[in-house]
Design a protein around this ligand. Structure first.
Ligand SMILES: Cc1ncc(COP(=O)(O)O)c(C=O)c1O
Length: 398
């Protein structure tokens, strides 16, 4: 079992909630019918899929129901990546005379790599930059979106720093120019309130089950009623003809339950997670020098803390923390022969000595204050040991 592990890498993936697992379990060996079947056995499974669709719609506050009470704006996909890809491609298909995509430099690879491919096909891609705190410049946003823009895609919250973007404002600008607006809410859903009734300018939104205590391999694309949609996975009539393929029923049921649980506890959990994060950051600030806390401190997810420990390598910190059973992640991606900081930290213009030593701690409802205290017991020693070995330490200015 994993009890001796302190898991602070919840933006990478989360533990499946035992209640979500329990809800899904009967749909493997007992209730294994195909939801599209005419017989009652399959029909009962279809009812479970409908229940999950309603649970997800409630988490997102997407109130539209068709005449049969079905929230047809919720489309189950295989993951967040598929939802992102489907949104971009469908957005371009819906505005065929327009050739421009506006996005940011700090999106997930699911978005950025699809955009790069589209650029090779002749589309113009504008990637908005961010400042040192990971914030967009709204004047730049306004200048970038124009009558040739088919779709604007800006994430709700960044996976590395937790920075939350003013997506409602950006969506409005997109609509002023007749463009569609999509947001990757993979890191936001279940962590902060999402209200698609209030944020009525959002046309499409992606989520991924495994970031909110459902299994890996299940996602959702919300497509607002009236928005033209071109299926990405073409096949059978599933998902209202918008996503072919027999439904991943157990994962859909688990996601429904996870969404229900996230919604029920959200208000309290936002505060609790914020307290855990602040306890960590306060402790780190009080015990380790030459650090910086990254992201927009006035607008970020309550569960995410990105901390740069200057003059050392993030990977070394992670390996040492791992020896204490502490799981976190770094803001670096290993490329052949060199350790390059992530595109997010590069976009923020972090100095080399800080970007390389950046660690992301991300909390979930399963983390406790005792776990934070254990990290604070271990971390100063880890940082000090590594700095003694670092060729950049002590820093020249001191
Ligand atoms: C912001 C963001 N978007 C998209 C994804 C991709 O989701 P999935 O792993 O379900 O494909 C992730 C996963 O890390 C993410 O953090």
């Amino acid at each position: 079992m994993t009890h001796d592990v302190i898991y602070l890498d919840n933006n990478a993936t989360t533990r499946v909630d035992p209640a979500a697992f329990e809800a899904a379990a009967p749909y493997f060996c007992d209730l294994y019918g195909n939801p599209s079947s005419i017989h009652t056995f399959g029909g009962n499974v279809a009812k479970a899929v409908l229940k999950a669709r309603l649970q997800v719609a409630e988490l997102l506050n997407a109130p539209y129901r068709n005449a049969d009470g079905v929230p047809t704006e919720i489309i189950f996909t295989s993951c967040g990546t598929e939802a992102d890809n489907a949104a971009i491609l469908s957005g371009l298909a819906a505005r065929p005379s327009r050739k421009k995509i506006v996005t940011t430099r700090v999106e997930h690879a699911a978005l950025l790599n699809q955009c790069r491919n589209l650029e090779h096909e002749g589309y113009e891609v504008v990637r908005l930059g961010v400042d040192g705190h990971g914030r967009l410049d709204m004047d730049e946003v306004r200048r970038a979106i124009d009558a040739d823009t088919a779709i604007v895609s800006v994430m709700w919250a960044n996976n590395e720093t937790g920075t939350v973007f003013p997506i409602s404002e950006i969506a409005k600008i997109a609509h002023d120019h007749g463009a569609l607006f999509h947001t990757d809410a993979v890191q936001a859903a279940g962590k902060i309130p999402i209200d698609l009734e209030k944020n009525s300018e959002i046309d499409m939104l992606s989520i991924a089950g495994h970031k909110l205590h459902a299994p890996k391999g299940i996602g959702v694309l919300f497509v607002r009623r009236g928005v033209r949609f071109k299926p990405f996975v073409v096949g059978g009539h599933q998902e209202f003809g918008r996503r072919g393929g027999t439904e991943n029923v157990p994962s859909i049921v688990a996601l429904g339950k996870a969404a229900e649980l996230a919604r029920e506890g959200l208000e309290e959990e936002v505060l609790r997670l914020g307290r855990l994060r602040d306890r960590l950051e306060k402790g780190v600030l009080g015990s380790i020098d030459h650090i910086r806390i990254n992201g927009d401190l006035n607008s970020r997810l309550p569960n995410t803390s990105s901390i740069s420990f200057e003059y050392i390598e993030g990977e070394a910190i992670l390996l040492m923390l791992d020896q204490f059973g502490i799981c976190a992640s770094s803001g670096s991606a290993c490329t052949t022969g060199s350790l390059e900081p992530s595109h997010v930290l590069r976009a923020m213009g972090l100095p080399y000595t800080a970007a390389h030593g950046t660690i992301r701690f991300s909390f979930s409802k399963f983390n406790t204050g005792e776990e934070v205290d254990r990290v604070l017991e271990v971390l100063p020693g880890v940082i000090s040991t590594l700095r003694q070995l670092s060729p950049y330490w002590p820093p020249k200015e001191s």
